[in-house]
Write a protein that binds this ligand. Structure first.
Ligand code: ADP
Ligand code: MG
Length: 271
């Protein structure tokens, strides 16, 4: 059985330790929800699994079917079957979606995919996501709305057919209809391929559609509670404060934005 195993993972960003000994095992066919207050390390975990060079693994291991993921380059990780649907997808002007995806598919197989087969698959992915048919010819994410970028991540997932897909707040920026379309596409893809899923989201509604089999809460660089879908409901109704009370672990607070001072121009002088 295909298995992604993360053990005692420590990850630093710019010399600051963000993940502090994280354990997580995902098997094929499972859907794991990953929640936790903002700024506590969810995206850092996904970036470290995918091999983003800004994130330095200082301790611990990540294996995919016993193979050392940390020893692989990013493209090797992708070829091994890992996929990351990003929280903030990048725009690539000058490269069309179809060129991008055809190159990615060809990089992972010996014989290039036939144009006919590629077009059929691309059309099917685009129609699954209910996107406009000119998507294939547009530059990757260039000028896309927030929701279109997120759907385009799922188009990529459908085309690349990963064994383990990680979706980072893929629901943000989606309206209610799009949420349903994306969820259906993800579930259908999983049914066909039995891939494992790690889904980061804050919203119970998205999870209602995706029906995770497992749920975890990440606080201050560690998974402090794991369980089933009941955890999602608890977070939805009670937030995260109970974790501090029950587990004695306090969440990292995201730095609050300082209010912009308007200085003297905004001061109304008395007459
Ligand atoms: N590329 C980066 N450069 C600097 N700091 C980062 C970077 N990525 C993440 N961090 C910091 O790491 C911490 C965890 O961030 P992140 O993993 O994005 O949290 P989450 O996804 O749970 O909201 C935050 O303090 C964030 O500022
Ligand atoms: Mg994040």
């Amino acid at each position: 059985m295909a298995e992604l195993v993360i053990h005692d993972l420590h990850v630093s960003v710019e010399d600051k330790e963000i993940l502090k000994g994280l354990d997580l095992t995902i098997q094929e066919g499972q859907r794991h929800a990953l929640m936790g207050p903002n700024g506590n390390g969810k995206s850092t975990l996904l970036a470290a699994i995918m091999g983003n060079p800004k994130y330095t693994v200082t301790q611990g291991s990540i294996t995919l079917d016993g193979q050392d993921v940390l020893a692989m380059s990013v493209d090797q990780r992708s070829k091994a079957g890992l996929f990351l649907g990003m929280q903030y997808p990048a725009e690539i002007s000058g490269v069309t979606n179809s060129d991008f995806l055809r190159s990615a598919i060809n990089a992972r197989q010996e014989k290039p995919i036939s144009l006919f087969k590629f077009i059929k698959q691309m059309e099917s992915a685009i129609s699954n996501l209910e996107m406009k048919s000119d998507l294939a010819h547009r530059f990757v994410n260039d000028g896309f709305s927030g929701g279109e970028k997120k759907r385009n991540e799922i188009v990529q997932m459908l085309m690349l057919k990963p064994r383990f897909a990680m979706l980072d707040e893929i629901d943000s920026g989606l309206d209610v209809d799009a949420l349903r379309i994306v969820s259906d596409a993800v579930l259908k893809a999983q049914e066909e391929s039995n891939m494992g899923l790690l889904i980061v989201s804050h919203y119970a509604r998205f999870y209602e559609y995706l029906k995770p089999t497992h749920a975890h809460i990440l606080v201050d660089g560690r998974i402090v509670v794991s369980g089933g879908p009941e955890l999602i409901e608890r977070v939805d109704t009670q937030g995260y404060e109970w974790i501090e009370e029950e587990y004695g672990i306090s969440a990292k607070q995201e730095a609050k934005k300082q209010p912009v001072s308007l200085g003297v121009c905004a001061v109304k002088q008395g007459v």
